[in-house]
Design a binder for this molecule. Sequence first.
Ligand SMILES: [Zn+2]
Length: 168
Amino acid sequence: MNERYEIRLRKAEHVFCAGHFITLTDDLCEPVHGHNWMVAVDVAGEPDAHGMVVDFIALRDGVTRIVSALDHRMLLPTCNRLLQVTTAAGPLGGDEVTVRFADRRWVFPAAECVLLPLANTTAEWLARWIGERLLESLNAAGEAARGTIRVAVDECLGQSGVWERPGH
Ligand SMILES: [Zn+2]
């Protein structure tokens, strides 16, 4: 038997619009900009007694929840040694996030930011972060994905970062 099964999820609702910038070298940091990020998920594995590798609905809803939390937000990495990210009360009352790189500084309303424990908000590391959240979500839904799971994050048509966790 040399069969292999996989399910693929590519949904219009799994596009999120968010701002970011990344450090390219120790001296170079992109200007702030945004993408319509598109998240695609593949799960490989043995179909269960009902013929399903994983429940599509649980998978779809998990991705939708994760993606919704990122939509219309500024994505900021908290583990970049070149970026200082601090949250503090702003002069107008609301909390603000300040990011510093060399002689540059950006200030955002905290409620419009998502702080991510990443070194950079590249498509590759966003894919890993989304994939790990998705595994937690599937576990919580009683849908342990034992097969290979792959998350691709496309940041502009045809340009993707991919994370994959082999099956076990
Ligand atoms: Zn970008």
